[in-house]
Design a binder for this molecule. Structure first.
Ligand code: ZN
Length: 310
């Protein structure tokens, strides 16, 4: 593939994604404005495309700005135009791309965050995320670090790192993390937006990793518990209520290497439920293989219990 063909193909693909992202976002924003902030709901497929493509478009913009020499006009990565016309064409493509991204994100910020924050969660999240990315992009473009002082331009690699809460929200939006029906408080507990005791950030990371590892979605049935003798009280434990996934999930998690890597303290599940003769097949305590007694196993037939290290 010639460099020129590659550049044209890449630009077309980038424009198609940009159009998909901005059209779906703007149509949603127009609906919110038309209903003057009444709650607007859309299909999960719509949200999936919007968050997926939105993330990619933003990452492209950040990558673009962070490899650009501070103060210089952005160009297309890896493509060196040979003619004056080529330089103009490349710069125009990038300029249009950046302006559409700015316009769409700004609209989401103004409508979804500043004017009607309760109308549609996807648009509010998009506006907030866009602001964060725009600020990082501006820092990258001017070659300064948020803490002050000039960054070394060659080493400036600003990545759009989503917070743990944003990553969990994304898994929830994509249906990879679900919750027991009738327990709406679980979502707030997982995201740390509840009142009172909160789950630890280590537990949040553990749940995120479990949701990524699991071939099917995980369904949380319990997080915080007000009292008692378990790690649930300290916000370190989670119960997975769809225990039928044990045979596909636990072999990927219940190994010494993975338990160490994920910072797992406890795994408690009666493997007899999954048809295994060894009831303690996958169990761990303080990060080591452990055999729980009959009473403990009897309590863990309907859910898989995980605790994160303190
Ligand atoms: Zn538990």
């Amino acid at each position: 593939m010639s460099t020129r063909f590659g550049a044209v193909f890449g630009a077309t693909l980038a424009f198609a994604l940009l159009a998909l992202f901005s059209c779906s976002t703007l149509s949603l924003i127009l609906q919110i404005v038309a209903t003057k902030g009444a709650e607007v709901t859309v299909e999960t497929g719509y949200i999936y495309v919007l968050t997926m493509v939105g993330g990619l478009v933003s990452a492209l913009v950040i990558a673009q700005l962070s490899v650009t020499k501070p103060g210089a006009a952005p160009g297309v990565g890896g493509f060196q135009p040979e003619s004056t016309f080529g330089i103009y064409a490349t710069n125009s493509v990038v300029a249009v791309y950046l302006f559409v991204w700015i316009f769409t994100g700004l609209a989401a910020l103004i409508v979804g965050v500043m004017l009607y924050p309760n109308a549609n969660k996807t648009i509010s999240d998009l506006g907030t995320t866009w602001l964060g990315l725009a600020v990082s992009a501006a820092y990258a473009y001017f070659g300064i670090k948020p803490g002050g002082g000039a960054a070394v331009p060659e080493a400036a690699t600003v990545q759009p790192i989503a917070s743990i809460g944003q990553q969990l929200q994304q898994q929830i939006d994509q249906g990879k993390i679900t919750f027991d029906i009738g327990k709406p408080e679980l979502k707030d507990e997982l995201l740390g937006t509840n009142n009172g005791t909160k789950v630890t950030s280590k537990l949040q990371s553990l749940v995120l990793e479990l949701s990524k590892l699991s071939p099917v979605s995980i369904r949380i049935s319990e997080l915080l518990r007000p009292s008692g003798d378990s790690h649930h009280v300290a916000g370190r434990a989670v119960d997975i209520g769809n225990e039928e996934i044990a045979n596909s999930l636990l072999p990927l998690v219940a190994t010494d290497a993975k338990v160490t890597q994920l910072g797992i303290d406890e795994i408690i599940f009666d493997a007899a439920v999954a048809g295994d003769a060894d009831r303690n097949k996958w169990n761990y305590d303080v990060g080591l293989k452990h055999s729980y007694d009959g009473a403990a196993l009897d309590d863990h037939k309907t859910h898989i219990h995980f605790a994160a290290a303190a």
